[in-house]
Design a protein around this ligand. Sequence first.
Ligand code: PHE
Length: 350
Amino acid sequence: MLEALAKLLNNAKEEIDKAVNLKELNDLRVKYLGKKGPVTEIMKQMSKLPADEKPLVGAKANEVRTALTEKITKKEAILEEEAISKQLLQEKIDVTLPGTKVKKGVAHLLTQVIEEMENLFISMGYKIAEGPEVELDYYNFEALNLPQGHPARDMQDSFYITENTLLRTQTSPVQARTMEKHDFKDGPIKIICPGKVYRRDNDDATHSHQFTQIEGLVVGENITFADLKGTLTVLAKTMFGEEREIRLRPSFFPFTEPSVEMDISCFKCGGEGCRVCKGTGWIEILGAGMVHPNVLEMSGIDSKIYSGFAFGLGPERVAMLKYAVDDIRHLYTNDLRFLNQFSVKETGEN
Ligand code: PHE
């Protein structure tokens, strides 16, 4: 039996030395030291031995068990360390490798144009105002001098939601909302309002049932038509180039009197006549006028003390003219091949 134990120890040692991972080592622990293992087996059979052999075999069996336990513990430490360094090696990163490029988004062309105009007006002391897209009939028409049944309501086919709410057809209702709550103790009104508007148009190359407008409004003491003209000249030159000239033609809007339409000298041909200006040398850009006294009064402003001007234009039209976009739908269909062409601004910024 002593011999068997010695042989067992040698075999086990050899096998433990050969173990290459913790699993194998654990299997060996079970195999040799487990409840069904040979050492336990020998211990069990000791009762059958003659009395003088018992202590010898017992001592040897204990010795074998201790030696194996120690050996396994040592080997375990070695294997554990190996596993850790292997893992570290796998997790090693090369910090000198080039990183994955993060794709940088750019503002949509329409947003770029709107922001350009916003920045211009902010630099002239205007504030940005906003209003609801689902608007009361009162603000969209009534407060702008278009009472029920007024023929000019037909100029703008509307999406009605209920009898007295609709998707706003213009940003002009923000004028009425702003005037209504303004206190002239805070100074004159100087706002621009960019936003979405809706009309019942069939979509084609030049029409869209939803588009954007930028409304401008200035109301204070001694605001004259000359102020309007000066402001529109700055707008035209900033958006379309220093050499641009403007031309004002009489027009009609129910909420302004007098009303005008503004043309700019063609930026393509300089006024000689070309395809862009349809041979006229001029391009129509926006509608404007002096705020109608009725509109001031309806918003609680004394038209004998205060006067003002308003203008409204479509950023789509500006974008299309400036960048020769031939179909308004390009601005809404999110085709990246189109949009990415405008990823670099004229200033060369990214
Ligand atoms: N709201 C007008 C339109 O949509 C434009 C406009 C705004 C005209 C402000 C005059 C003053 O046609």
